[in-house]
Ligand binder design. Structure first.
Ligand code: ATP
Length: 472
């Protein structure tokens, strides 16, 4: 099964109400998308799966929901104000702006025999040299300015008077909110090392590069974990490996993504942030190549030390057994949920080779709806009434959608496209035999199931579909 093109995914997303270009009645806004009825449900299911897996199912993790706007010193302490930059170049003719590293990557792809170069490791000066030596041009084939640092942080103001006093930032990552609340959590809960704090929330980055749909946007959702440990009693390497295994398993087992579409990429010494001792990206093979989905870094005690220094508050940890006082270290798995969303649409997209039928092979727990209920004909009150009773009965256990428009074949195709695992048709026979036709998204097979056994049948087969087993 080949990877669908980005155009196929964008078109499905818009056609079926997963994602719309934002503010489209005003002509749109670059890099911004709204999630429609199906997209918002899919995002919620992704969020729920992550929260359940990493917070609710573990004794060593707690959750948090910190603010988008925090004290501005947060971002000075974290280093974001000084160095959260991308290298910006400008087309000297039409003044369009680009990320210098992305232009260089594009140039390398065009070469028959490209020089070996690790673009992610190049400094601003090295990027400038490269662009000059190789005459790297803009996509419109014009010369570009030398790269200069461009801050990714969005600035805004609070209060009624504008001025430096009330200048604040929209958070560029959710992680710093965790460090700011580290002491609150120590003081108010029963946690002890090693333990982790996880949170899901919106982050904002003034990205230069546009395109690639929801992969890179100004506003996006992160699911980040800071896992705190005592570096004297816990060796970081095995803990780091364990987290890598957890991340991989979440993507393959819980989300059902094919392992062959994933890879680990280790950051080189030059690419890695100065405070990080080890960084890996978990990359997914999107239609535009292997790209970062999830990062994991061993950040030592850098962030806690910085926030301690700037706030003047003691953020150290006292071991309840030995009374030893020290700064915990952290391992940080940082995931972007909108990239998970795009990965799932891409990975689940299937075209039946025999009849060209399109279907989304999402796991039932992730699919916007578990079930669809159809009365065979919409103008037969007895059928509609019976179907409504079944619909309401199932709604208390499942996400169910209703459709009475068009012929049954078209309704199946619509549900296939949005990934609904089972569709139930209520026909004239149902009124006599108290049974419905249950049709399977993956195989298109149909089975007559008695209403008295319906919930059991659905539960068993949704579970099997969830685990990718063949069904009854
Ligand atoms: P990239 O190199 O692609 O810009 P990054 O290394 O800056 O990403 P991190 O700072 O590690 O990203 O953020 C953690 C995660 O947040 C990323 O792995 C990604 O999934 C997600 N993410 C980062 N920036 C964006 C964005 N602009 N839009 C959507 N998701 C993003």
């Amino acid at each position: 099964m080949s990877t669908p093109s980005l155009n196929e995914i964008v078109s499905l997303a818009k056609r079926r109400g997963f994602v719309y270009p934002s503010s489209s009645i005003y002509g749109g806004l670059a890099n911004a998308y709204d999630y429609g009825p199906l997209g918002s449900q899919l995002m919620k299911n992704i969020r729920d799966a992550w929260w359940h897996h990493f917070i609710e199912s573990r004794a060593d993790m707690v959750g948090l929901d910190s603010q988008v706007i925090q004290h501005p010193n947060t971002w000075i302490a974290s280093g974001h104000v000084a160095s959260f930059n991308d290298p910006l170049v400008e087309d000297t003719v039409n003044h369009k702006r680009y990320r210098a590293d992305h232009l260089v990557e594009g140039w390398l792809k065009e070469q028959k025999e490209p020089p070996t170069v690790d673009v992610d490791s190049l400094s601003l000066a090295e990027l400038a040299d490269f662009i000059q030596i190789h005459h790297v041009l803009s996509p419109d084939r014009n010369p570009v300015t030398p790269p200069k640092p461009f801050s990714l942080l969005f600035k805004t103001h609070i209060g009624t008077i504008e001025g430096d006093q009330d200048e604040v930032y929209l958070r560029g990552e959710t992680a710093q909110g965790i460090f700011l609340n580290f002491k609150n959590i120590l003081d108010s809960t029963r946690v002890k090392l090693p333990f982790g704090i996880g949170q899901i929330g919106k982050s904002f980055r003034n990205e230069i590069t546009t395109g690639q749909f929801v992969f890179r946007t100004f506003e996006f959702e992160q699911a980040e974990i800071e896992y705190f440990f005592n570096p004297k009693t816990t060796a970081w390497q095995p803990l780091f490996k364990r987290w890598q295994t957890e991340m991989w398993q979440f993507i393959t087992d819980t989300l059902g993504v094919e392992a062959k579409h994933l890879r680990w990429r280790q950051h080189s010494d030059a690419e890695r942030s100065f405070y990080s001792r080890e960084t890996y990206d978990l990359d997914y093979q999107f239609s535009f190549g292997f790209k970062e989905l999830w990062g994991i870094a061993y950040r030592t005690d850098y962030d806690l030390q910085q926030q301690m220094k700037f706030s003047g508050q003691d953020l150290s940890y006292i071991d309840p057994y030995t009374q030893e006082k020290f700064m915990p270290h952290v391992i940080e798995p940082a995931l972007g949920l909108n990239r998970v969303f795009l990965m799932l649409l891409t990975d689940a997209y299937h075209v039946d080779p025999i009849n060209q039928r399109h279907y989304l092979r999402l796991k039932p727990d992730l699919a916007p709806y578990h079930l669809a209920v159809f009365p065979l004909l919409k103008n037969k009150p007895a059928l509609v009434k019976k179907a409504q009773t079944i619909f309401h009965r199932l709604q208390s256990h499942y996400r169910v959608t209703w459709d009475e428009r068009g012929n049954i074949g078209k309704r199946y195709l619509y549900q296939d496209e949005i990934g609904t695992p089972f569709a139930l048709t209520i026909d004239f026979e149902t009124l006599d035999d108290e049974a419905v036709t249950v049709r399977n998204r993956n195989t298109t097979t149909q089975k007559r199931v008695g209403l008295n056994k319906l919930e059991r049948y659905l539960q068993q087969n949704l579970n099997k579909t969830q685990k990718n087993l063949s069904i009854d």
